[in-house]
Design a protein around this ligand. Structure first.
Ligand SMILES: Cc1cc2nc3c(=O)[nH]c(=O)nc-3n(C[C@H](O)[C@H](O)[C@H](O)COP(=O)(O)OP(=O)(O)OC[C@H]3O[C@@H](n4cnc5c(N)ncnc54)[C@H](O)[C@@H]3O)c2cc1C
Length: 417
């Protein structure tokens, strides 16, 4: 791997940057691998990287049906935070938030992690109670989160409208200062480059179309659009398509897939110093380094596999954002898009081995898995390598939906997100 450094950048600058190698090889599939990861999003690429970097596996394939990062990894609004209510979630998401801090150094790739603070707004007495409950629970778990009055929220985020007579009046907010953003494409590219350097075959345009099991039921390999590939260890990290892929092995998942949308404005000078989220109206906004306002909307009300969504969802979000930030009213929206999110009944993920020997699944991240990318990949690689869950992801099983041991972040947030 050609390393990035001030010296290598300077050297390449003198050669008009013509000397850079491709960031990863264009691999063709071998007949068999020690482990296969299905899905080339951040979670899948990270899993392949940690399998190679921390568990000594070298003969690994990463299979992606289109281009890496073309799924939700490249479509999200890049918000990072760890202020979830339950102890299990706090351990999982904070494991990840801590890994973001030095991810650029670990991968030798700038993922543009920016801990600019995430402010979650309260618009009703109920919201205030819910967010304050989170703050207390987070502090018990060693996770930073603090309450801001409307005036303090305005001081932290000057464009915010705290007038009392608006449709969604701001009654305060919960601020996680360590929260922020990272560049989502860079996360996929950084993991791909580092995994490739350790010998992982990253195979794009390779769709998994079937999963073969032997007479005893164990995993034998996968059928793909490029032919059959054998492996006794297969990890599925296919986000919105998880239930489709797992269905190929005869495993039913308690997931529903919905379109979730985002949009960006025309670029403007720096105006938004932090990330602001409103769970009640499911609108969130931050500003990218290019200057665009990055705006996230809610999920459509019905299930679908289209990577776009209904216009009225965006209109509702924009109406709320224009009230919260009157200064943005005259801005033009540049483009919008959607991704397919896999939503579990308790809005917590599944990171687990399955009842099928050799088959593992990492899914159910719904609308909020980008923030968990390094931690999730790290723990899933551990689970695949050891054939048992790491203590942090041990509660995130498929069986919890049968046994009733839910990690109910949906009820905790008190909104249908
Ligand atoms: C609009 C939007 C906004 C969001 N905002 C945020 C946010 O601000 N913060 C946050 O934390 N999260 C956010 N999320 C959620 C987050 O993007 C996802 O939870 C996360 O990116 C999932 O990562 P992944 O690597 O599992 O999935 P993906 O990046 O979707 O990767 C899965 C890959 O599997 C591939 N695949 C599927 N089927 C097959 C097959 N049969 N064979 C081979 N490959 C296959 C897909 O092509 C895809 O590339 C948002 C999502 C969307 C859509």
């Amino acid at each position: 791997m050609q390393r990035f450094s001030a010296w290598s950048l300077l050297k390449q600058a003198f050669g008009s940057h013509g000397g850079w190698q491709p960031q990863w090889r264009r691999a063709t599939p071998k007949p068999a691998y020690d482990a296969i990861v299905v899905g080339g999003g951040g979670h899948g690429l990270g899993t392949a990287y940690y399998l190679a970097a921390e568990h000594g596996l070298r003969n690994i394939a990463l299979l992606e049906k289109s281009w890496i990062g073309g799924g939700n990894t490249g479509r999200n609004t890049t918000i990072l935070r760890s202020n979830y209510l339950f102890d299990e979630s706090a351990r999982l998401y904070d494991h990840s938030l801590k890994m973001w801090r030095d991810l650029s150094q670990v991968l030798n790739y700038n993922v543009m992690y920016s801990p600019r603070g995430v402010l979650m707004l309260a618009h009703s007495v109920h919201d205030v109670q819910v967010l304050k409950r989170h703050i207390h629970a987070n502090r018990c778990n060693g996770v930073d989160n603090e309450w801001l009055s409307p005036a303090e929220a305005k001081a932290f985020c000057p464009p915010l409208n705290i007038e009392r007579n608006i449709r969604y009046p701001v009654m305060g907010g919960a601020l996680q200062r360590r929260g922020g953003t990272a560049r989502h494409d860079a996360v996929a590219w950084g993991y791909a480059r580092a995994a490739d350097a350790l010998g992982v075959d990253i195979i794009e345009n390779c769709e998994v179309t079937g999963i073969r099991r032997d007479a005893g039921g164990a995993i034998q390999g996968v059928e793909t659009s490029l032919g059959y590939i054998a492996s006794r260890k297969v990890g599925v990290v296919a986000a919105g398509n998880s239930s489709v892929v797992m269905g190929m092995a005869g495993v039913r998942l308690p997931l529903e897939s919905f379109p979730l949308q985002a949009l960006v404005s025309e670029p403007v000078k720096p105006v938004m110093p932090c990330v602001v989220m409103s769970n009640s109206i499911h609108a969130y906004v931050s500003q990218s380094d290019k200057g665009e306002l990055v705006i996230g909307a809610g999920t459509d009300a019905y299930t679908s596999y289209t990577q776009r969504g209904a216009l009225h969802v965006n209109m509702h979000t924009l109406a709320a954002i224009c009230e919260l930030f009157p200064a943005f009213r005259r801005m033009r929206m540049l483009r919008n898009w959607g991704g397919i999110v896999d939503v579990s009944p308790d809005r917590s993920p599944i990171i687990a081995k399955t009842a099928v020997p050799g088959l593992y699944v990492n899914c159910g991240w719904g609308t909020g898995g980008f923030k968990a990318t390094p931690g999730s990949a790290h723990l899933f690689a551990w689970t695949m390598a050891h054939d048992e869950p790491h203590p942090i992801n041990a509660p995130f099983t498929i069986e919890r939906f049968r046994e009733g041991l839910l990690i109910d972040e949906a009820a905790a947030a008190a909104v249908a997100h």
